[in-house]
Write a protein that binds this ligand. Sequence first.
Ligand code: ADP
Ligand code: NI
Length: 217
Amino acid sequence: MQQQEFINKTAAFVQERLKDAESGHDWWHIQRVWNNTKLILQTEEADSLVCELTALLHDIADSKFHDGDESLGPRIAGDFLTSIDVPSSTIQHVQHIILNMSFKASLGEVKFHSKELEIVQDADRLDAIGAIGIARAFNYGGYKNREIYNPDIPFIENQSKQAYKNTTAPTINHFYEKLLLLKDKMNTDAAKQIAATRHQFMEQFLKQFYCEWDGER
Ligand code: ADP
Ligand code: NI
């Protein structure tokens, strides 16, 4: 029961802290990633306390909004978990995952690995695809004042650090540079299955998008 108490206290902390967060990484994103994590845990064997705490804390301080300081998130997470007396081995594991699981970190060399990291990373990636993924992409594009699509601006199909930094491209390009690649990056079988359905939905969306763009039914 103590485990559930740690989780509930952490959820309350995160919800309060993210109440003014931008919509890409707000409390609802955290809640969806937490739900995805619990879904994956139904069929994957892992330390569920570590997974759930990490799902809740993984975006507590996005380095993009804090001058690229990647140590801030793990620090805030660690300070909070220490304050509610979570065992230190659990805290360290949570901190290692937060530091290492971002898409950008996964492009570089892998420094830390665990089953729990695989699960939360999958849960986070699942929230970037499917219907929610589409909504988040256009929301982000709108925030950045990007075009939704421009047939004259080609996308870079081979995802790389370069493509990730293709920061002025229309939002449709982001599908080819990141979103459609995510299904093959899933670690766990559970997430692979969920991703397959969400991937199909994005393919369907793009097909319809181009039809409508070209003035077809
Ligand atoms: P993560 O939450 O995995 O760290 P990001 O912070 O990069 O991902 O992105 C948050 C959301 O914004 C995701 O749904 C992502 O797909 C979307 N996004 C990021 N970059 C772009 C982009 N260039 N165009 C459209 N959507 C984007
Ligand atoms: Ni996230």
